[in-house]
Write a new protein. Sequence first.
Length: 210
Amino acid sequence: MTITHHPGDETLAAFAAGTLDEPRSVVVAAHVALCPHCRTTVAAFEQFGGTLVERTVPVASRAGALDEALARLDKAAPLAPAIRQAEPDCPAVLAPYEVGQWRWIGPGVHWRRVEVPESEGTRVFMLKSAPGSSLPHHGHSGVEWTCVLQGAFRHDLGRYGPGDFDEADNTVDDTPFVEEGDVCICLVAMQGTLQLRGWLGRLLQPFVRL
Ligand SMILES: [Zn+2]
């Protein structure tokens, strides 16, 4: 697996500090589980954060800080196996969550909900797109973070294959299309609503309740 697109350092630092909201944390965790480079970076941020805690937290409250740090480590532990064996298209980071049935949302494109508690209008879902398919031209009203689990798509900013992380904000106007070959499966945290454009988008919009 050659991973070329990673979360930014700011994102990895927030992930390591436990300050990212849960929907975005889950998608970053899916990437970190697949990416040795980012695992090293997160470990470094955690160590740095731990040192800061040791230096700045008064002695009286250190027990609590340590408990919190240990709880975070416990939470991070299930990241080790990248893919759950029983469900090859479902990453291990989703093991604690209910995952819905695949539903058709457009030609060659299926969607399923992941029951991560919504935070500030950000929800988690998986997208499965047939080789050669394209998503309708779309924009979104907030951030859209994607980790590719299988297959590959391309849009204006490059090619995104297995393990790649796409950190798009609302300034990006996507027209992604899926490469020939493998079915493309992605884990997505999206804030706000998806706005489909063009004639196909307008046709599909009533059916898409993401
Ligand atoms: Zn990475």
